[in-house]
Design a protein around this ligand. Structure first.
Ligand code: BDR
Ligand code: CA
Length: 308
């Protein structure tokens, strides 16, 4: 069993990543879900997370985390995820899923004081994780790895050079990447190849309540992706979960990666890919995925809710 914390900012692909992780009961033991300001303000993000967990009838404790990046103002992403941060649902039920009182950073500390070998799946800006490592460095030894969605070796999305999660809080990313904790980085190199096509999404509407929920979210996300030139739905955040549950689907390189915090390259994940790099590659950078197998896996996870 992989003990796991999910730190997220749902977000359509965060929602799907949570669905995938929570469907894998024999692989993941999810100790807590925390939210962070990113795609939207944290209060809204927390409500989105409540709705996701309520829809799949989970009982995992949910914690609200940091409102804003360490040193910057939050720049939300309504163009990608809509005004609610998770648009597309025709009917939203009353949200009753509870939020714990503890701040996410304190909750993560407590989980890591109780459990060893915990994987943190980080699906949004790295603010909560940087705070955790800064305030409570003693918990580092309990973290098996931080599997994060962020960055990209070859290109960005929010700027030509930077991916949104790293760009949003580059100072936090810098702290995390230099922390010494093992990192698996699923950046745009792989996440843009981890997609569903419309022909995959369409039939989900007849696959029970969770299939229907996924279909509505993915329908919006699929349309929204077109403004950025995509005709498929890249499910970025799922990679940070699936690389743990299905490593056989992915390939990677171990590289030295540094974060740029300023100027035109703000948020860039700068990797040393020379044949003889001057520093040992300690970040596992996921580069490729078997798209067909990935899509089949994701669809199977969604459909598994109907069988429960
Ligand atoms: C990342 O940004 C967010 O909009 C997505 O949820 C994902 O985590 C992709 O750049
Ligand atoms: Ca996200």
């Amino acid at each position: 069993m992989n003990k796991m914390i999910i730190d997220c900012d749902p977000g359509h692909d965060d929602a799907l990543a949570i669905l995938v992780a929570c469907s894998e009961k024999h692989i993941f033991d999810i100790k807590g879900v925390g939210t962070v300001g990113g795609n939207h303000h944290v209060e809204r993000i927390t409500d989105n997370a409540r709705l996701i967990l309520q829809t799949i009838e989970e009982k995992i404790p949910l914690f609200q985390g940091c409102h804003k990046p360490l040193q910057r103002e939050l720049e939300v992403q309504p163009h990608a995820h809509g005004d609610s941060g998770m648009d597309g649902l025709a009917e939203i039920p009353e949200i009753i899923y509870p939020v714990e009182e503890k701040h996410a950073v304190e909750a993560y500390r407590d989980i890591l004081k109780t459990h060893k070998d915990v994987t943190i799946a980080a699906l949004g800006p790295l603010t909560n994780i940087a705070m955790l490592l800064h305030l409570y460095p003693e918990v580092k030894s309990s973290i098996q790895c931080i599997s994060l969605m962020g960055g990209g070796i070859h290109h960005g999305n929010i700027t030509p050079y930077a991916e949104f999660n790293i760009y949003a809080d580059p100072e936090a990313a810098k702290m995390v990447f230099s922390s010494g904790v093992p990192i698996i980085m699923s950046g745009l190199d792989v996440t843009e190849k981890a997609y569903l096509e419309w022909k995959d999404i369409e039939p989900l509407k007849d696959c029970g309540a969770v299939g229907f929920f996924s279909h509505e979210l993915l329908k919006f996300y699929h349309e929204s992706g077109k403004q950025f030139g995509f005709d498929v739905s890249a499910l970025h955040d799922i990679c940070a979960v699936a690389v743990i549950s299905r490593p056989d689907l992915f390939t990677w390189e171990d590289l030295h990666v540094e974060i740029s915090c300023e100027g035109i390259t703000r948020g860039m994940t700068c990797a040393d890919r020379r044949l003889k790099p001057s520093r040992e590659g300690k970040v596992r950078v996921v580069m490729d995925v078997d798209q067909k197998a990935f899509a089949a896996y994701v669809l199977d996870c969604i459909r598994s809710y109907e069988r429960k």
